[in-house]
Ligand binder design. Sequence first.
Ligand code: SAM
Length: 320
Amino acid sequence: QGGDARADLIPRYVRVNALLWTVDKAVQYFISKGFEEHGNPLDSKSSIRRDEHISNLLLFHPSVSFRDEPMLASGKIILQDKASCFPATVLAPPAHDNAHVIDATAAPGNKTTLLSSIMKGQGKLYAFERDKRRFETLVKMLAKAHCSNVEPTNTDFLSVDPLGTTYSRVSHVLLDPSCSGSGIVNRLDHLLETEDENDTNDKEERLQKLAAFQLLMIKHAMKFPAVEKIVYSTCSVHATENEEVVCQALASDEARTGHFVLARRKDVLPTWQRRGLLEKMAGSIENADALVRCMPGEDHTNGFFVSCFVRDRGNSNEIR
Ligand code: SAM
């Protein structure tokens, strides 16, 4: 790992909740509180900047505290890392009354609230969360952010029947399942530790278990009959949970019968430079390029991975 992955090298990212506020009004508000819209927020405590990839995202100096900020309490702003905004942005669900979307693993709700705002509060967003306590947090966050089109359910996504009539029109699925969390900056020390052989074996076994679960979740999402787009993301830096899971998903019966392929780079944050690991994508430059990676310390974000499956009914589903 190159670069320095200290949390103080990651700006404080603030997402303006478009359901309640506009980014222009937010900038005006922060200027009235003494911030300036020039300079580099990593150097200057008074600088703010609009993000170049994510609309509605503002950058502040890492030391700026929002603990007592009334706009946080009112749901007008949400503290969300830039990379965590990528999956919903790539999924780009439609904003109309007939839109049906699933967030399969929703709590605490950062991505659900972003999806709801991209949908402009229209249509239906089914949000599943298996863990009871985390589900309660999700429900609170949805209320605070005024996400009126979200239907949260405390259940295991794997127990949801893809062929049930309720979900027969679901066209977009966001899948951000449990992962090792190895990209989260405060948890990065483990990457620097020298591990003995037993530790390494334990770690690999854990990653393999997570990967098997992640693959199961993608394959389940592929069974929904009207699904056209699935975004799979992790906050892991390990290929075992990222490129390797994607390759297994592409080779699965579900992908073959459903004609799922990877969306091309032009539809997956094309201007983001760091892409998937070529050596883990069977040497396919096109498929590696279709993936997005973030390296902590180098990209001013936490470590992250995003992939996007789409149905390509016109093509046989060879791994491209
Ligand atoms: N997308 C969330 C956000 O941006 O706030 C973070 C999701 S977190 C990485 C993964 C979540 O998935 C956890 O809350 C976990 O309890 C939940 N989860 C894991 N397996 C699940 C399953 N089979 N069905 C539903 N939720 C699940």
